[in-house]
Design a protein around this ligand. Structure first.
Ligand code: PGA
Length: 260
């Protein structure tokens, strides 16, 4: 089996501060080498100061493979799109990743699967690795439609870009009912869905299916992370609430490194 380096990605959402970045880097400096990749996705206005802070802590950054990511990008390249952020701008401020299709963007800002697919294309065009979020609502799960929903969200992107584009992508499985609710999926539920996603991609390309990293997101915290991250098809986490506490987030990165 291919070894997949785990990723722990912090999704600060519309929270955090400059100070949080400084606290995080202080805590990372105390942690011995970790093998997990760490991605911090702050609100875009903090990218500049975080990039600067990272360059001042280059030893820590190298040791822990810390990189930056955007929380969203425009599906347009540049131009008159008030309030939007271009992929090239994320790139300019040191981002290597960008979260695409988070359920909060899909449900509150009307992002269709088609737009999500366009954003996936734009991210890659701008040299960023998309972290594509997929996940079912509670109603869909209770109606036994989980796999149908996931297939729909995956197909929208696959139909547009083809399987080989997933060579440079990460998937995050985020059951909507587990996001910010404190109610995580059980490790068994997470593993079942991750295996399903991997199989789906494996059918199209065994190479991609084996290689792609699939993160779990939804109320990940230090008390449940080890059980989730050690499942065979779970390659780390996309973390919201717990990423706003520097000690908890660094602990999650330590747990992910040990799960490899
Ligand atoms: P949560 O958020 O960890 O607060 O549940 C995860 C996410 O939405 O990415």
């Amino acid at each position: 089996m291919a070894t997949r380096r785990p990723i722990v990605a912090a999704n600060w959402k519309m929270a955090g501060s400059r100070q949080l970045g400084a606290e995080l880097l202080e805590k990372f400096a105390l942690l011995s080498d970790s093998s997990a990749e760490v991605v911090i996705c702050p609100p875009a206005v903090y990218l500049d100061s975080l990039q600067q802070q990272l360059s001042e802590h280059s030893d820590t950054v190298a040791q822990h493979r810390i990189t930056l990511g955007g929380q969203n990008l425009s599906h347009q390249e540049f131009g008159a799109y008030t309030g939007e952020i271009a992929g090239s701008m994320l790139n300019e401020f040191g981002c290597r990743y960008v979260i695409i299709g988070h359920s909060e963007r899909r449900s509150m800002y009307g992002e269709s699967s088609d737009i999500v697919a366009d954003k996936f294309v734009m991210a890659q065009k701008m040299g960023l690795t998309p972290i594509l979020c997929v996940g079912e609502s509670l109603a869909a799960r209770e109606a036994n439609r989980t796999f149908e929903v996931l297939n729909g969200e995956l197909n929208a992107v696959l139909d547009k870009v083809g399987i080989m584009a997933f060579d440079n992508a990460v998937i995050a499985y985020e059951p909507i009912w587990a996001i910010g609710t404190g109610k995580s999926a059980t490790p068994e539920q997470a593993q079942e869905v991750h295996a399903f996603i991997r199989q789906r991609l494996m059918q199209l390309s065994p190479y991609i299916g084996e290689k792609i990293r699939i993160l779990y997101g939804g109320s990940v915290k230090p008390s449940n992370a080890a059980d989730l991250f050690t499942r065979p098809d779970v390659d780390g986490g996309l973390v919201g609430g717990a990423s706003l506490n520097a000690s908890d987030f660094v602990e999650l990165c330590r747990i992910a490194s040990e799960s490899e």
